[in-house]
Write a protein that binds this ligand. Structure first.
Ligand SMILES: NC(=O)c1ccc[n+]([C@@H]2O[C@H](COP(=O)([O-])OP(=O)(O)OC[C@H]3O[C@@H](n4cnc5c(N)ncnc54)[C@H](OP(=O)(O)O)[C@@H]3O)[C@@H](O)[C@H]2O)c1
Length: 231
């Protein structure tokens, strides 16, 4: 492909799998909360950056540092995000703030500030890592779901605003084994998300994957209700 691809949250889990898959043929800009997070990782063709995006002023610092390395970007993968699960009435205020800031506010600002670099590409593309939480009603995920539903709807509008200039896609996934469960958990792997990303960004214009839902055959998906017949 030979593209310049920026991936946030690239030091582990889904972002790292994406970086590993795409590093062979592309130039990568990889971001994590601190540069040290990459210390045990070797990825070819990568510029490494680290800033805590819950401190929103760090986004300007990142963009400035990035502009010193490159004037353009082909692809932005907004992947950095955290998940905290808690009954809403017990949700610590600081965790609500962290989730809203990192999963939503920071992704909007990173996108806004990198659009000028993307507009210098012949075929720019922005991908948001949302979640099936955005479309479901899972108890304990109220705040996380709010951030992912926010990203989903933001991406829908942005896609229309940028139509004909920058393609915008959203990935919604059920659970992904990013905690190295070795006990045979039947859920998606980070590599499944990486191969989906590769599929999305390698489609030729004007084909656009607007939004894609990813699941596992054996996933519970909330599909069995107490009144469901046995199948
Ligand atoms: N895992 C799932 O089941 C699942 C399912 C659907 C959607 N998703 C979404 O997929 C994305 C990646 O999830 P994951 O499970 O791969 O996450 P992960 O393994 O926990 O990795 C999170 C990444 O985000 C970075 N990050 C964390 N806090 C940050 C901060 N304050 N500032 C900047 N970067 C920060 C981390 O950097 P450090 O290493 O420096 O902390 C790391 O690179 C998230 O948006 C998540 O909501 C995950």
């Amino acid at each position: 492909m030979n593209k310049k691809i920026c991936i946030t949250g690239a030091s582990k889990g889904i972002g790292l799998a994406e970086a590993k898959l795409l590093s062979k043929e592309n130039e990568l800009v990889l971001h994590a909360s601190k540069k040290d997070s990459f210390k045990d990782i070797t990825i070819e063709n990568a510029h490494l950056f680290g800033h805590d995006f819950t401190q929103l002023e760090n986004i300007d610092v990142f963009v400035k540092e990035l502009q010193e390395k490159t004037e353009s970007l082909d692809i932005l993968v907004n992947n950095a995000g955290l998940m905290f699960i808690e009954k809403f009435s017990d949700f610590p205020d600081k965790d609500i703030h962290t989730l809203l800031t990192l999963n939503l506010h920071a992704q909007l600002l990173v996108t806004k500030k990198l659009i000028p670099l993307l507009l210098k590409s012949k075929d720019p593309h922005i991908i948001f890592m949302s979640s099936m939480s955005a479309k479901n009603r899972i108890i304990g995920e109220s705040v996380y779901a709010a951030t992912k539903a926010g990203i989903m709807q933001f991406a829908h509008v942005l896609r229309n605003e940028l139509a004909g200039k920058i393609r915008v896609s959203t990935i919604h996934s059920w659970g992904v084994n990013t905690w190295n469960d070795t006990e045979g958990a039947e859920i998606l792997t980070p590599e499944n998300i990486a191969e989906t990303l590769e599929f999305i960004i390698s489609r030729k214009r004007p084909f656009l994957v607007e939004s894609i839902d990813l699941g596992h055959e054996a996933h519970w998906n909330g599909a069995v209700a107490p009144w469901s017949p046995e199948v």
